[in-house]
Design a protein around this ligand. Structure first.
Ligand SMILES: Cc1ncc(COP(=O)(O)O)c(C=O)c1O
Length: 372
């Protein structure tokens, strides 16, 4: 089987984890947490990194740090992974959905304004599959309507927009380091920001609201969370950041190979990179036009599986999630682009360490199935 994604742990991961174990520092105190936070924040080009136990908690912390809650609305892309919406819903704020742009598959910036109301406090954008968002346009809208900008960069470590990396493009940004991400700690996340106050609030809320700069009194002024990352996970993270540029180049090279090989097949189209963007291809997604390709997406997934190739269908739009409807997030609006992506899109194997032979095998199988 060629798996859809396997982590690449080709640097100092084992050395650093062994060192952490030998030192006895295996929970969240320990030098690797700070070193990882500093190294990743530096990589993004911002001042602060606050490590958490996964990307969902990082996103939740970002929303909490901005003080959002009941009565507030946060604009999010309709085409995203469910954690984007849940992170908003946990706070009591309401996620409001905007359909995807049919070229970039990111939020359709031209349709954000129609969803803004007096309750809107923030726009939370997602650089989907590693494609950075059109942040100049998003920032202009946010300034006009006095909104905070949050980025869910779970899938876009190292992506750039006009030379600036994700992490440095919004007021506050959340990353995931799940095993399939471009950089991984197994499970893990991080909030990054240039804003000292937001960083402090993240540190405070992530650790049960223990006071940041006062002795431990065990008296807590606010309700906080235990979202701490362990020193063991951070040890893996530091080793991954050391390889960040190398892994990014591998992901980009793999995407180019896929595109060159699949380009001429009728009925297959690709995500288009945002103007001014450097796409880091967390996943190599393709969109089928079944009438031209000759097979449906689900048929292609099944036939690739028979040939030892693992794939995944795209995310289902937020407007189709019963969990969110129960929270009063209505399905009103036109979400035809998300619906088309959800019905006809799939990811091909995408790990950084994928070989040229594996990519050729996958492309050969897709071509044969389409022609068959
Ligand atoms: C866009 C997006 N947001 C948030 C998450 C949540 O991250 P995690 O699985 O680390 O909680 C993920 C990934 O899995 C994701 O793809």
């Amino acid at each position: 089987m060629i798996p859809v994604c396997v982590p690449l742990l080709a640097g100092n991961e084992l050395n650093y984890v062994t060192d952490a174990v030998a030192s006895g520092w295996i929970s969240s105190s320990g030098k690797y947490v700070t070193r990882f936070e500093e190294a990743f924040a530096r990589y993004c080009g911002v001042k602060h990194g606050v490590a958490t136990c996964n990307g969902t908690t990082a996103l939740h912390l970002a929303v909490v740090a901005l003080g959002l809650g009941s009565g507030d609305e946060v604009i999010i892309p309709n085409f995203t992974m469910i954690a984007t919406a849940f992170a908003v819903a946990y706070t009591g704020a309401r996620p409001v959905f905007v359909d995807a742009d049919e070229r970039t598959w990111n939020i359709d910036v031209a349709r954000i304004e129609e969803r803004i109301t007096p309750r809107t406090k923030a726009v939370l954008v997602v650089s989907i599959f590693g494609n950075p968002c059109d942040m100049n346009a998003i920032r202009r809208l946010a300034e006009k309507h006095h909104l905070a900008v949050i980025e869910d960069a779970a899938e876009s470590h190292g992506a750039e927009y006009f030379g600036k990396k994700t992490g440095a493009l919004a007021d506050i940004t959340a990353f995931s380091f799940f095993a399939n991400k471009n950089l991984t700690t197994g499970e893990g996340g991080m909030v990054v920001t240039d804003n000292d106050e937001l960083a402090d609030r993240c540190r405070y809320f992530k650790n049960l609201c223990f006071p940041l700069r006062a002795p431990r009194s065990y008296v807590h002024d606010d309700v906080g969370f235990n979202y701490r990352m362990s020193n063991l996970h951070a040890a893996i993270g530091l080793a991954q950041v050391e390889k960040a540029d190398e892994y990014r180049a591998m992901r980009i090279r793999n995407a180019q190979r896929y595109k060159e090989d699949l380009q001429g097949i009728p009925g297959i189209s690709f995500q288009q990179t945002t103007a001014g963007g450097l796409h880091v291809h967390w996943m190599n997604g393709i969109l089928l036009d079944p009438s031209r390709f000759g097979r449906t997406r689900d048929e292609l997934i099944g036939l690739l599986h028979e040939r030892g190739i693992e794939t995944r269908p795209f995310f289902v739009g937020m407007h189709r999630q019963p969990s969110l409807r129960k929270r009063g997030c209505g399905p009103e609006g036109d979400f035809s682009v998300s619906d088309r992506l959800a019905a006809h899109g799939l990811y091909l194997p995408s790990g950084s360490g994928l070989t040229q032979e594996e990519i050729e095998k996958v492309c050969g199988a897709v071509r044969e199935i389409g022609a068959g």
